[in-house]
Design a protein around this ligand. Sequence first.
Ligand SMILES: O=C(O)CCC(=O)C(=O)O
Length: 404
Amino acid sequence: MAYEAGLHDCPGSNWRMSEVHAAIGLAQLERFDAATRARQALAARYDEHLSGVPGLRRPGTFRRPAGSPPTTSACPSTRRSRPTSSNALWPPSVPNLLTSPDPSPTPQGADTAMTTARPVTVLTSNGAAIPFNDTYFAPMTDSSELLAEPAALRERLRRDGHLLLRGVLDPDEVLRLREQYFARLDPGFLAPGTPPVGGVYSGTVPAGTAEYGVPGHPAHSFVRSPEFQRFSDQPVLRQLAETLLQGVVQLLPRKIVRHFYLGSLRASRAHTDYDYMTRGSEHLVTTWIPLGDCPLPMGGLIYLERSHTLAPDQLAPLHDVTDRPHDLRPISHDLRWTAERTARRWLWADYATGDLTVHTPHIVHASLDTDTRRMRLSADLRFQLTGTRTDARWTQPWSADDGA
Ligand SMILES: O=C(O)CCC(=O)C(=O)O
């Protein structure tokens, strides 16, 4: 062998695969899709949180002056081993950062996207402002440590009207569902070059998109899809409901998916679930599942502190201030007013993929407007004690125009 053949002038280029490495690699290939999804979701978070930071540029967005030679820092053999746009292992939906052009300009409103570096001072829900301070907000209690103690978990639900449970679901499963939803949308909904799992909004709703959740809209077919059914049927969700309701439960067929995005100023008004299910049993719990990370500025679910203990005559006047006077079910779109009127704070959380909340039918809850480029996606599923009366409106798959 020539002397030069054993010389390696840059680190990492003298790598060969042994049988053991190959065996490990083959086993890891089975996890490839899940790992890719998790990394894409993480990359989307970096994009979102760092996009407004001066001086930072996403890898691949560096524009070499025309005619200048390729970078000399990478070893030729290393460069060759990197994927190219024709490499079959590089999913076509993922921008190849080595070859793709600069991403298109940031969508409208991207500069308002919150980052952890920028403190949140004011939030909105359906466009109505509420200051984010100790007067109006308090962090939700994490009840995850009670998961192994059924009686204590039930007692916490009785006390608080809701539970925040972290890490209950497999994050890979959650992200797979997120990807499947956003893959159903017109590609124009997503920022160019971003993968569906990121759910990064392009800033424009493509022309011809049906009204949300009605036949013809992707959310309508999504809630009827086998993948959504499989996700909803996960034993862990049913077991949790059975632990809380102390009996066999049924999942109500009206399962809802909610998708909110920047600039729409749409969120769930303050309400109790029971106001929408008055013809059925109160022996039920709702499971609210963020499909992907949902930090505060993304507009997750918030609960009005101990509001399940409010008497009907305390709740009734709360319907007076509303932007939907024709609909008597929501309490109010004005969360600040609701907090002041009841002298209670809104409980909030930064949700991570795999977390969920459970709540009782009488707690007042709402959600905040989405103020991030990543779109908010969630599912709410209701489990009811078998043998108790079911509200007939909840026995069919959800459609946004079903009037329920
Ligand atoms: O996701 C939302 O904005 C509202 C969900 C909800 O009201 C519920 O889970 O009961």
